[in-house]
Design a protein around this ligand. Structure first.
Ligand code: GCU
Length: 615
């Protein structure tokens, strides 16, 4: 069976459920989307933790998993046990262990865990009384990097793989009014079949890196919904809504947009699903120039949820990217999810405000959130700022293309980020991959991901950082011969002329010959500089060298007729275990236009000046 047929059959088994319902990214059996507008109780704070590199709390000495036993031993950390009497032997005790803050990675909180890659157990005690006895309760995680097993009151409630997307478990039946014990086993070891795989150029921050909360809903609630501008019917909004609960079928759902004096009643089918169209005569479209959003309220029975949604259309036509039918140039910058203030994984609204604030100061109308889905505050803030967004999953470099579980992992992460962000006007591009070596299995893997993405969300564009190459072996003429270029809507690629490829003035000898009649987007270019290091423009690591590189690259790239945007690498210096040059890198990738202390380098102003010419 060919890889893609085999994978497609796996996919249907694994994700077919989502297509079955509605061919879009809304699906059953999960926490309500938009937890921010829900009755939720945060579990933020100090949790106990135990570092467990030999997974002694998960396996017995014969490497048998405790949670596969009928009556798990008290040695299993998830039982959160204490000795029954002074004689009993137990070799762990959460109460006597150290504490760590959640949300937050462990690397930047605990010096002894700075480089740690392995298992850490977290334990949180909490009391919980439901607001109404008939309500349901879900345990929600914004993200855990990278794999986790979750236990409540000694019972395994589930596990999740993927370090950058939300997940949840219903805990209604397990909760006690007092003394709940939540235990989470987190493992951030890099593995070859993982997504990402073993080699990355970013810090492998482990831990419960985003918020954890208990989300309470009525027995039958609005689990999922999408509302967007119809692509082929101007002046029409389209949407779907999914209920969950015993009363989900044949139920009235009201969708209201008060500012437009619009309201519609829809009836759900036997699966709790309903789709709708809503003609709107006067609609202010969302754009980077005018990020207009409308409050949309969806209600059924005792449940009501609301969301501020911008309505816009994004498409490509020949060489142009059209936002609401108008050609737009994407004045972008790439960003890693690191907090410029606290260091470590960014996860707060304040982190988002700083990072997107710097992007705006640079003159950007676009950000590439590299190389994995960032926290939800980033895309919600981008919605309100009018910042267009490229989101991607960490299909990065040398992924195990032949491995079906690797594909399912990537597909699931795509599904989860599309499910989370499908109502975000700012998100215009889903990227399938970054700098992946071309091969038939790699291109099939990416093509299958693109097919899945278009089935889940036909309203956005698809891209990937493709491979560029020398035309007919002539290194002075560059082109795109990557087979995946046939599939994407936007031709994106990374190029490092002046850094990994010659010196900055080499850009004067290079021309680009791109045949495809599609928009071209430079997803990365750049070079390193140690902030505050000055010298002549040919001295590597000086701010002058980086400035010279930007100026020569911007001139060269402006010669590409189909150029419709760029996201130079990168806004801020970021941690990487690959960058160990003493006194210059010291564990930091120095390609930022801003240092990790928030100080701008000279090249920041070169790019800012260029973007002013693109107004
Ligand atoms: C690559 C890669 C980035 C990396 C950058 C660099 O293009 O996509 O993740 O950090 O090069 O070498 O700095």
């Amino acid at each position: 069976m060919a890889i893609s047929t085999f994978r497609a059959s796996l996919l249907k088994g694994f994700l077919g459920y989502f297509f079955l319902l509605c061919g879009s990214s809304i699906s059953h059996g999960q926490t309500p989307v938009n937890v921010y507008d829900r009755c939720s109780t945060s579990l933020e704070g100090y949790w106990k933790y135990i570092v467990d590199p030999y997974e002694n709390g998960f396996y017995n000495y014969r490497l048998e998993a405790f949670d596969e036993q009928d009556n798990p031993s008290k040695n299993a950390f998830f039982t959160d046990s204490k000795p029954a009497d002074r004689s009993e032997l137990l070799e762990y005790d959460f109460d006597l262990s150290d504490s760590i803050y959640v949300p937050g990675d462990w690397n930047s909180q605990k010096e002894k865990l700075f480089y740690y890659e392995g298992t850490v157990w977290y334990r949180r005690h909490f009391d919980y009384t439901k607001q109404d006895s008939s309500n349901r309760v879900f345990l929600y995680f914004g993200a855990v990097n990278n794999r986790c097993h979750v236990y409540l009151n000694g019972i395994k409630i589930g596990q999740h793989t993927g370090g950058f997307t939300p997940f949840s478990f219903e805990v209604t039946a397990l909760l006690k009014d007092t003394g709940n014990s939540l235990v989470v086993k987190v493992d951030n070891k890099r593995i070859k079949e993982g997504v990402p795989t073993l080699n990355t150029d970013w810090w492998n921050y482990g831990g419960i890196t985003r918020e954890v909360s208990l989300v309470e809903t009525p027995e039958t609630y609005v689990e999922d919904y999408s509302v967007h501008l119809a692509r082929d019917k101007p002046g029409t909004l389209q949407g779907s809504v999914l209920l969950n609960g015993s009363l989900k079928a044949g139920r009235q759902v009201q969708v209201r947009i008060p500012e437009l004096q619009k309201s519609i009643q829809v009836l759900t089918d036997d699966k709790g699903m309903a789709s709708f169209s809503l003609p709107v005569d006067t609609l202010r479209l969302w754009s980077d120039q005018d990020p207009k959003r409308y409050k949309v309220i969806l209600s059924t029975g005792q449940d009501s949820v609301s969301e501020w949604i911008g309505f816009r259309n994004i498409s490509v036509k020949g060489r142009d990217i059209l936002l609401n039918g108008r050609p737009v140039f994407l004045k972008g910058i790439s960003i890693h999810e690191e907090s410029p203030v606290r260091k470590g994984r960014a996860h707060t609204r304040e982190d988002a405000r700083i990072l997107l604030g710097w992007a705006r100061e640079l003159g950007c109308n676009f950000v590439r959130l590299a190389h994995y889905p960032h926290n939800e505050h980033m895309v919600r803030l981008a919605d309100s700022l009018g910042m267009l967004v490229w989101e991607e999953i960490p299909v990065y470099w040398t992924i195990a293309w032949e491995n079906p579980s690797t594909y399912n992992n990537a597909a699931k992460q795509l599904n989860e980020v599309i499910r989370r962000d499908k109502n975000r006007a700012s998100v215009i591009i889903w990227s399938m991959a970054n700098e992946t070596p071309t091969s038939p299995t790699r291109t099939q893997f990416l093509t299958d991901l693109a097919t899945l993405t278009r089935s889940l969300d036909p309203t956005r564009l698809i891209s990937a950082a493709l491979e560029q190459s020398a035309l007919n072996g002539n290194p002075k003429i560059r082109t795109i011969e990557d087979n995946f270029a046939r599939v994407v809507d936007i031709l994106s690629f990374n190029q490092y002329i002046g850094w990994y490829d010659g010196l900055p003035d080499k850009a004067r000898e290079i021309s680009w010959k791109i045949e495809q009649e599609k928009p071209v987007f430079i997803s990365e270019f750049g070079g390193g500089a140690k902030q505050g290091l000055h010298g002549d423009k040919y001295t590597r690591w000086t701010e002058e060298y980086q400035e010279f590189l930007y100026e020569e690259n911007l001139k060269m790239l402006s010669g590409i007729e189909q150029l419709r945007g760029m996201s130079p690498w990168i806004l801020v210096d970021f941690r990487s275990p690959r960058r160990m040059l003493p006194e210059i890198q010291d564990g930091w990738n120095r390609k930022g236009l801003i240092s990790e202390e928030g100080i701008k380098k000279k090249a920041f102003y070169s790019l800012q000046k260029y973007y002013l010419t693109k107004e």
